[in-house]
Design a protein around this ligand. Structure first.
Ligand code: NBP
Length: 469
């Protein structure tokens, strides 16, 4: 048998679909799954001349051309370590192991070093786009050595989604865990954007009393304009779907308790560790936590009546106001995520090109949106340290849309609608664009109770005041 160009371990949804994608590009791929029946089933359904099943890891490794390139797509966490442990004794110097799962970047750092010690290459590759993306073209975010990346570049470029110019939605992100870090922040931004969209839906539904078909129509209008994106596109369908069991629409029967797999939380935790503010992303995680307390919320809702709904904005005006508010809030969420990537890159010595990151998010991934093309082009011209709010084209848009975000937040607050995503998107903007923030007051208090000292605006050095005098 001719040797396979690449191998893949783990034939769950993602592994099966990614293998089929690779085979469809005429690369020979060997596949292995811990439970052999899963492999047999996969071959029965999708087998072809490019897919080569292996019943044991030894047989699998033996089928691969050297240097071996092995994708791992098993459940994130211990399963990845278990596979690596079994695989290591079978590999040779220079072989490349690629973890395409949603691994925590701290684990990727650890695995990268452990494999390096054995002369093996490790790539932590973020994959976005879910099962459809894996099959038809995901956005891929590989991190590791450039040398290792070059061994898989042609395969990964072939299977990736396409950007707005037809280029592959994959680029070398940076050393060791840079790829998994960027994928983590991608998911964080996804949390933020979904939260602000949900708050817009909440206001339209509860203040303007719109039914799902009308809401779907409004999201369609948004998706035909500057908010055009995958998340808005699928909202049209999610809002319009009739229920299969009862009269009415499915959206009204879905329990209001949002689950999570952890990537939003990891982003928030790392932002705290880095000392960087990503309030909209963090609030999106908090909002999901609050949503999980359905019983408590139900009990408390009986004790506290919401104020009577009021608005002096007619529906048409609000629909257009909300479009601009969501646009500004979306930019604020991106700004927070991008800033975190930039600071983490400095800390970890990753040379991350944020224009390229924007480009590979134009297609395949969950946050793909027209705005990413704007960010891609803008960051190509900007210098590495540019904050998103410093980009001239966006500054013009923000100046116009921030007041509309302010109106939307006010409307939500006045009507007792929780708008933590929208309001933090706004207050992040307000704070980061303020020359003077009230941190002087905090410093005064700290010095009073703890003699923590403060700096002055007019003299160098640390000062302490004897507040008792
Ligand atoms: P799962 O996360 O459900 O994992 C299933 C696979 O892991 C099976 O092949 C299973 O083998 C294997 N596995 C487990 Br569980 N424990 C193992 C062990 N100790 N040793 C060897 N194999 C083991 O699959 P998935 O949903 O396809 O996701 C794969 C990765 O892709 C995850 O990291 C996920 O977070 C990530 N991801 C998923 C999506 C998505 O939309 N689902 C999107 C983006 C990223 P078995 O058949 O023998 O049990």
């Amino acid at each position: 048998m001719e040797k396979s160009n690449i191998g893949l371990i783990g034939l769950g949804v993602m592994g099966s679909n990614l293998s089929r994608n690779i085979a469809s590009k005429k690369f020979h791929i060997s596949v292995y799954n811990r439970t052999t029946e899963v492999t047999d089933e996969f071959i029965k359904e999708h087998g072809n001349e490019y897919i080569h099943p292996a019943k044991t890891l030894e047989e699998f490794v033996d089928q691969l051309e050297v240097p071996r390139k092995i994708i791992i797509l098993v459940k994130a966490g211990k399963a990845v370590d278990a596979v690596i442990e079994k695989l290591m004794p079978l590999l040779e110097k220079g072989d490349v192991v690629i973890d395409c799962g949603n691994s925590n970047f701290n684990n990727t750092l650890r695995r990268f070093d452990a494999l390096k010690e054995k002369g093996l290459q490790f790539i932590g590759c973020g994959v976005s786009g879910g099962e459809e993306g894996a099959l038809h073209g995901p956005s891929l975010m590989p991190g590791g050595t450039l040398e290792a990346w070059n061994t898989i570049k042609n395969i990964f470029e072939s299977i990736a989604a396409r950007d707005f110019s037809g280029g592959p939605c994959v680029t070398y992100i940076g050393d060791n865990a840079a790829g998994h870090y960027v994928k983590m922040v991608h998911n964080g931004i996804e949390y933020g954007v979904m939260q602000i969209m949900a708050e817009g839906y909440d206001i339209l539904k509860n203040v303007y009393k719109l039914d799902p078909p009308k809401l779907s129509e409004i999201f369609k209008k948004y998706n035909d304009g500057k908010l055009k994106s995958y998340l808005f596109e699928i909202s049209i369908e999610v809002l319009a779907r009739k229920d299969e069991f009862e009269d009415g629409y499915l959206i009204d029967y879905i329990l209001d308790r949002a689950a999570q797999k952890g990537t939003g939380k990891w982003t928030a935790i790392d932002a705290l560790k880095q000392g960087e503010a990503i309030p909209t992303i963090t609030e999106a995680v908090f909002a999901r936590f609050i949503s999980s307390h359905k019983d408590l919320r139900t009990n408390l809702s009986k004790k506290y009546q919401k104020e009577k709904i009021k608005t002096d904005m007619d529906l048409d005006t609000f629909v257009s106001t909300l479009e601009d508010a969501l646009y500004a809030a979306m930019l604020s969420s991106y700004a927070q995520g991008y800033h975190l990537i930039r600071e983490a890159a400095k800390e970890n010595k990753w040379d991350i090109d944020i224009a390229e990151v924007s480009r590979i998010w134009e297609g395949g991934c969950i946050i793909r949106a027209d705005i990413l093309n704007v960010l891609h082009k803008a960051f190509e011209k900007a210098n590495k340290d540019t904050h998103l709010f410093e980009i001239p084209e966006l500054a013009k848009d923000l100046q116009r849309t921030i007041p509309l975000l302010r109106k939307t937040v006010t409307l939500g607050v006045q009507n007792g609608i929780p708008v933590s995503g929208l309001s933090t998107a706004l207050s992040y903007f307000d704070a980061i664009t303020s020359k003077q923030v009230p941190a002087n007051f905090i410093q005064g208090l700290r010095d009073y109770f703890g003699a923590h000292t403060y700096k002055r605006t007019d003299k160098e050095g640390a000062f302490h005041t004897d507040w008792n005098i």
